[in-house]
Design a protein around this ligand. Structure first.
Ligand SMILES: Nc1ncnc2c1ncn2[C@@H]1O[C@H](COP(=O)(O)OP(=O)(O)O)[C@@H](O)[C@H]1O
Ligand SMILES: [Mg+2]
Length: 254
């Protein structure tokens, strides 16, 4: 397995709480890796460290052999990694289309100076951006909701929109924080099909997921995190069949 993304010896403290400790793993290109583990295991903290939202106390992250240490979130996106947030963080009063457009990389024509010196070019660029955002929306199945305000979208549609927004960045590695949580059965099938489609198109996905049915259906590899430490790594079958992991995960409920 080639180390496309490599996380080595991460440690992160919040006061007296050790959220990540000696956390190491690699993920392979063009695969769907599910990151599982009980609440508070440190899954979101890993996303925050990889994407530059949090600085680790120890350890490092490399992507395609390049160190990401010390990069700001915008620079990490530029390097090719984009993430969604567990609490969505969409602009509720903007339309679905505008939410995607703000995710598209900026070009000179759209900067204030560009708009002054090349107004016609700026207008054309704006039109192209709109087209591009519409294309992304239809890719995730939201074309008919483009001009709807986010607050009027269903929860499932909002989840799809967060994926559209990471697609807008053009990033090749997508970190999705619980994209399937809280969804109805229909919306769940929708998002699973979308994740598979993205994989087939060449994206690599690291997905935090709780639903074992979803994990079984989409994961090529599973990382099991417990108390900030990588406890096991394997195929969905291996991880789900392990009684010790089930005990930690479900507290003996199954
Ligand atoms: N910004 C923060 N400040 C203080 N504690 C935090 C912060 N972020 C996360 N934690 C704590 O770190 C632990 C791991 O959290 P998190 O990564 O969100 O877990 P998960 O996503 O696996 O549920 C939890 O105990 C959580 O309360
Ligand atoms: Mg979380």
């Amino acid at each position: 397995m080639s180390a496309y993304l490599k996380v080595s010896g991460l440690e992160k403290r919040f006061g007296g709480l050790l959220a990540l400790q000696d956390c190491s793993f690699t993920i392979a290109e063009r695969r769907i890796t599910c990151l599982v583990g009980p609440n508070g295991a440190g899954k979101t903290t890993i996303f925050n460290v990889i994407t530059g939202f949090l600085k680790p106390d120890e350890g490092s992250v490399t992507f395609r052999g390049r160190s990401l240490d010390g990069l700001a979130p915008q620079a990490v996106v530029h390097a090719g990694i984009a993430r969604t947030f567990q609490n969505l963080r969409l602009f509720a009063d903007l339309t679905a289309l505008d939410n995607v457009m703000v995710g598209l990389p900026r070009q000179f024509a759209e900067e204030p100076l560009g708009a002054i010196f090349r107004p016609l070019h700026a207008a054309r660029t704006q039109g192209r951006r709109r087209e591009e955002a519409l294309e992304i929306l239809s890719h995730v199945g939201l074309a008919d909701r483009a001009t709807e305000r986010v607050r009027n979208l269903s929860y499932g549609e909002q989840k799809l929109l967060t994926v559209a927004r990471v697609l807008a960045t053009g990033a090749e590695l997508l970190l999705l924080d619980e994209p399937a949580s809280g969804l109805s059965a229909g919306a769940l099938d929708n998002i699973m099909a979308l994740l598979r489609r993205l994989q087939n198109e060449g994206k690599t996905l690291l997905v935090v997921e709780h639903n074992t049915r979803v994990v079984q259906q989409i994961a090529d590899d599973v990382l099991f995190l417990h108390q900030g430490h990588l406890m096991a790594q394997g195929t969905p079958q291996q991880i789900i069949a392990d009684p010790a992991l089930a005990e930690i995960y479900f507290g003996g409920a199954i």
